[in-house]
Design a binder for this molecule. Structure first.
Ligand code: BEZ
Ligand code: FE
Length: 279
């Protein structure tokens, strides 16, 4: 029996139009989205004006996007959706290093550097030795793993945010492990920084009484043949923003030690092992 659209039957009426045979997975996703969207509008008794505000917000979000800026991913990040999708798709056994959000500042094909090399090219910040091993779940070293790292500089900006100000490839590099699975590089003790907040997502955070800061972290993309890709960070323990990361990326197991070093020209040492899962 055909029925016209009413407030009461709204979601069912929309979903009944779909032909699940055309694209079965899309039909499942869209039917659930329509159900939740309609339930949400009913739950808050959405006004016409609020609906228009939302449309204007989404329009500005799209207009902010460019080759260098992805405001929709930023929106997903601050709503916790990026971390949820990451969690759903990276369930790992006990003992494996946990994933966290990738973020927009990775640049592929960073320079391959000698083990132990310094990735901080602008001479700013407190120097820090990052070292550890890439292991499998049995504690065996993983040879030939690529440890791709990136961080902000001491002013809280990635090199790609300051072309012409920071040296190209500042605080970035790739390191390949040998038979012992060990990696080591020098960088700076990272600092906390705000996510790009000069667009609609930043305005929304302001309206919600939320700050845009991420706690200090070093990014890692660890890959090795035969192992699942690991996208993660290590966080600086004690950071003021650990409990209120704007993008919800913090996990207890990713808070790394940062130990003061008294000899030599390195101020800090941060040991951390990465444990990969076989494909
Ligand atoms: C980052 O850590 O680089 C980042 C993650 C999510 C949004 C913005 C920045
Ligand atoms: Fe970051």
């Amino acid at each position: 029996m055909m029925s016209y659209f009413t407030e009461a039957n709204s979601a069912e009426t929309v979903n009944a139009r779909m032909d699940p045979a055309t694209n079965p997975r899309l039909a499942v996703i869209m039917a659930s989205l329509v159900r939740h969207l309609h339930a949400f509008a009913k739950d808050v008794t959405l006004t016409q004006e609020e609906w228009e505000t939302a449309i204007a917000f989404l329009t500005r979000t799209g207009q902010m996007c460019s080759g260098e800026r992805q405001e929709f991913i930023l929106l997903s990040d601050v709503l916790g959706l990026s971390m949820l999708v990451d969690a759903i798709n990276n369930r790992r056994p006990e003992g494996a290093t946990e994933n966290t959000v990738f973020g927009p500042f990775h640049v592929p094909d960073a320079p391959i550097r000698e083990m132990g090399a310094n990735i901080s090219l602008d001479g700013k910040g407190e120097s820090c030795l990052f070292e550890g091993r890439v292991l499998d779940l049995d504690g065996q070293p993983v040879e030939g793993a690529c440890v791709d790292v990136w961080s902000d500089n001491a002013d809280g900006y990635y090199d790609v945010q300051q072309p012409g100000i920071q040296p190209r490839w500042n605080n970035r590099g790739r390191f390949f492990t040998g038979p012992d699975g060990a990696y080591a590089f020098r960088g700076i003790k990272p600092v906390s920084y705000p996510i790009p907040d000069d667009g609609p997502v930043g305005q929304m955070l302001g309206q919600l009484g939320r700050h845009p800061y991420r706690p200090a972290h070093m990014h890692y993309l660890v890959t090795a043949p035969g192992f699942q890709k690991l996208v993660t960070h290590t966080f600086v323990g004690g950071d003021d923003y650990l409990a209120s990361d704007a993008v919800f990326g913090v996990k207890t197991t990713l808070v790394a030690p940062f130990e003061p070093v008294t000899s030599g020209d390195t101020a800090w040492r941060s040991p951390f092992d990465f444990v990969l899962v076989r494909e």
